[in-house]
Design a protein. Structure first.
Length: 413
């Protein structure tokens, strides 16, 4: 019995010791948790954002947005066709092919291919893509291929202007953006704004050719043929500026709209004799009336784009009906200056460095169930451009007094 009682006491002591050890471990864990709560809360409270910190962040963000969009917005300039993105470069090639098929000007096609850095492989790829869906366009591209092959070295040299930077990589590009954002945030926190505008991107054309545009067919094809013939006939009516004692323009074009040419949209480059690109000009359909095909064009717009001014100036040549219709004039007012179309009428468009004179060479109205003198049967305009540096006293083209109204300015998006 003694042994059994002693065994019970020993077993109880062992249980008490085990319980005491467990209690000590629990107390140690509770102490560690308490210390962590004290230290952790103190550390986290020091990092917790306060209202004034949030206010400074929001103030910096607002000031940055105001500065970026109002104080010093990004301006894109000095870009060339070679800097176009792949999709827009495809449109450049298609536009060149269509113009070459229309006018057969090999020198102009060569210039555009070289300026765009277009290689034969690019054209061949477009031929393969359009062979099934647009065989007519594929044929036009095929006619352009020999010219690209002859000028491949010059086009490749032009393409070398595109320099790849380490910031264009998939890893370093975003990393550079993050680092730049951190730097700007620090400077804003120090109440100092830092802004670095880099002219990236492409030359923004004031107007773009319609994607996949092809030569018109049927009635439109006849109108196109008549338009080409009218341009050739109007060439004899070009103004000889030198003969009248004026400075000859650096570019002088004829643009003709013929009833039935629903794709009328001419654009021309403005370049110095040395080949420096200054801008673009052109003419296209602005407004139609009535219903059905072909379109009844009641207003044509002429425009001037200055690469140094980054804007497009537009004048709207209106038929008599459109010009006298107040509702229609109000509708077209946002597009630009309203000009009554009349034979030999002249309007002048000016930008920061360019001056464009537009003269109506030929004007014929169409006949039909619509009001008289409401849509054009034929309209030919002469477009001449000068850089303002070349305009000397006593030798300038007609000034703005020859124009109708005030020139409206539109931003080019």
């Amino acid at each position: 019995m003694y042994n059994a009682w002693q065994h019970q006491i020993d077993g109880g002591d062992a249980a008490a010791v085990l319980w005491r050890h467990r209690r000590e471990r629990l107390d140690m864990i509770k102490g560690l948790v308490g210390q962590f709560n004290i230290i952790g809360k103190a550390a986290l409270s020091s990092l917790a954002p306060s209202l004034w910190r949030l206010g400074l962040v929001l103030l910096g963000l607002i000031l940055g947005l105001i500065w970026a969009y109002q104080g010093a917005p990004v301006k894109f300039r000095e870009a060339e066709p070679v800097h176009l993105a792949d999709g827009y470069k495809d449109q450049w090639i298609k536009m060149t092919a269509v113009e070459f098929a229309q006018y057969g000007d090999e020198n102009e096609a060569q210039r555009k291919l070289v300026n765009g850095g277009i290689t034969p492989d690019m054209i061949q790829e477009l031929i393969n893509e359009n062979q099934a869906t647009s065989p007519q366009l594929a044929g036009q591209l095929q006619a352009l291929l020999p010219i690209a092959q002859q000028n491949q070295p010059a086009a490749e040299n032009q393409a070398d202007k595109i320099e790849s930077s380490f910031l264009n990589s998939l890893v370093l590009g975003p990393l550079g953006c993050i680092i730049g954002t951190i730097i700007i945030g620090i400077l804003l926190a120090l109440l100092f704004t830092f802004y670095w505008a880099v002219p990236i991107g492409k030359w923004a054309k004031p107007r773009a050719a319609a994607p996949g545009a092809v030569l018109p067919t049927g009635t439109a094809s006849a109108a196109h043929t008549a338009s080409v013939a009218a341009k050739r006939a109007a060439a004899d009516q070009r103004t000889d500026f030198a003969a009248v004692g004026e400075v000859p323009p650096i570019t002088q074009y004829m643009s003709t709209y013929i009833y039935g040419n629903d794709l009328y949209d001419d654009s021309f480059s403005i370049e110095t004799p040395a080949g420096e690109f200054l801008g673009e000009c052109g003419s296209g359909i602005s407004e139609t009336i009535g219903v059905g095909e072909p379109k009844k064009v009641t207003a044509v717009e002429v425009w001037l784009f200055d690469k140094n001014d980054i804007r497009t100036i537009t004048s709207v040549l209106m038929s008599e009906h459109a010009y006298n219709d107040q509702a229609l004039r109000t509708k077209l007012a946002p597009k630009g200056e309203a000009v009554l179309a009349a034979p030999n009428a002249i309007t002048v468009l000016e930008t920061q460095t360019l001056r464009l004179r537009v003269r109506i060479i030929d004007l014929q109205y169409g006949e039909g169930p619509l009001p008289p003198h409401s849509f054009f049967e034929r309209l030919t305009v002469e477009i001449a451009a000068w850089p303002k540096d070349d305009l000397g006293e006593g030798t300038v083209p007609p000034d703005s007094s020859a124009a109708f109204g005030d020139t409206a300015e539109l931003l080019n998006y």
